[in-house]
Design a protein around this ligand. Structure first.
Ligand SMILES: [Mn+2]
Length: 390
């Protein structure tokens, strides 16, 4: 009886690894809520994520910003690769032209063969490629957007370039393509028709899904910057757009903490929403000090509790058990000197793991007790004390 009730609650997710664990979780809640048992030790639960970390080569950078030039020497890609294992990372996130520089000057065959060479280098370094993302926002042809450009020649370029991105992903051993839709928006409302623009993004994704029957497309929402407004500002928009695509089961999301914060949302709730749909296929963890430019600060460095809740929701719902990575998208401060300009990466990982350890020590029975008594002030203090190491 109880199992049937809970099966109903889990709906179509019943059957996957995550669903089975969610089932156990719901069963415990059911037993307590219906006074069938008084006490269940929640801390014996098998819920636990598996965490492997990645970052992109752009996360080791020269420190230029819109108001000033570079302040650090350029480190060539092959040298950057040496940092990954040293800093405790297992994989690399790529823009297409991180993987194959100057790809616009190469034929599709040349691009694929360069990407295959890169795969060997990665294998020799013991590193996985997590995903490849088409860098559409820097090309002169995408000045007014790629997929949503008003110019059909530019839209064609964006789609062809995205196909090359998929070729690169295949060659480096991943089927995950991330779309940060940087310039798919407007500076003024009247510049594009938002219905047509949305349809054009769907059409572009459909072409990618059709081009490769194995590719999975992960949309990374962001509400603004570089554009005044973008068309896919939040997780909800990304998931809804995915449902319009021809093979929606191959469209998911990449949630960046800072992007959610810029949209006035809580990143952990955004992650929870995507996890409910089994659509959280990667993350870009970082931090953000309010509504400013996209800061990409070290994870947890602005709001430790907000970071804690991201770690906790990922861990509680088995993030990583289907091979998902914890991706970082963090930048060193511009003031950082060359020889210590990778600390933001190792620091972010260290903060994540420390928060994970705090989260796993938390007494879930106490949380349930507070929830049942509706004493959220007590729960608030308990979380604060846990974060303070008490
Ligand atoms: Mn990002």
């Amino acid at each position: 009886m109880i199992l049937l009730e809970i099966k109903g609650k889990t709906g179509s997710f019943f059957g996957s690894v995550r669903s089975r664990i969610r089932l156990v979780y719901l069963l415990r809640i059911y037993l307590i809520e219906n006074n069938i048992v008084e006490y269940i030790n929640f801390n014996t639960t098998t819920m636990a994520g598996i965490f492997k970390f990645t970052f992109g080569p752009w996360n080791i950078h020269e420190g230029s910003d819109p108001f000033g030039p570079t302040v650090r020497e350029t480190i060539e890609f092959s040298k950057k690769l040496n940092y990954y294992k040293k800093l405790g990372f297992e994989g690399v996130q790529f823009h297409d032209d991180d993987a194959v520089p100057d790809m616009n000057d190469l034929t599709p065959q040349q691009i694929a063969s360069k990407a295959k060479e890169l795969k060997k280098v990665l294998d020799n370094s013991g590193l996985a490629a997590e995903f490849v993302a088409p860098r559409l926002w820097e090309d002169a042809r995408t000045i007014d957007g790629g997929y949503t450009s008003n110019d059909p020649v530019c839209r064609k370029f964006a789609i062809e370039r995205s196909k090359r991105t998929i070729d690169i992903a295949n060659a480096v051993g991943t089927n995950l393509v991330v779309l940060w839709l940087a310039r798919e928006g407007t500076y003024i409302r009247e510049a594009k028709d938002s219905v047509v623009a949305t349809e054009r993004i769907v059409e572009a994704i459909n072409i990618m899904l059709e081009y490769d029957p194995d590719v999975r497309v992960c949309i990374e929402p962001k509400p603004n910057e570089p554009m005044d407004h973008t068309y896919i500002p939040t997780t909800g928009h990304a998931l809804a757009l995915g449902l319009l695509c021809n093979d929606s089961k191959r469209v998911g999301v990449n949630i960046e903490s800072a992007h959610a914060i810029l949209a006035g949302l809580d990143p952990s709730d955004e992650m929870g929403f995507a996890l409910t749909f089994n659509k959280l296929w990667t993350v870009h963890l970082n931090d953000q000090n309010g509504l400013k430019f996209d800061q990409d600060k070290t994870f947890g460095s602005v709001d430790l509790r907000r970071a804690f809740n991201q770690v906790r929701i990922l861990d509680k719902h088995d993030y990583g058990k289907n091979g998902e990575f914890i991706g970082l998208d963090v930048k060193a401060m511009r003031t950082q000197k060359d020889d210590v300009a990778t600390k933001h990466l190792s620091n972010s990982k260290e903060i994540f793991l420390k928060l994970l350890s705090i989260s796993r020590k938390i007494d879930d029975n106490f949380i349930v007790k507070c929830q049942q008594e509706r004493d959220y002030e007590e729960l608030d203090l308990y979380i604060m004390k846990s974060l303070l190491g008490e």
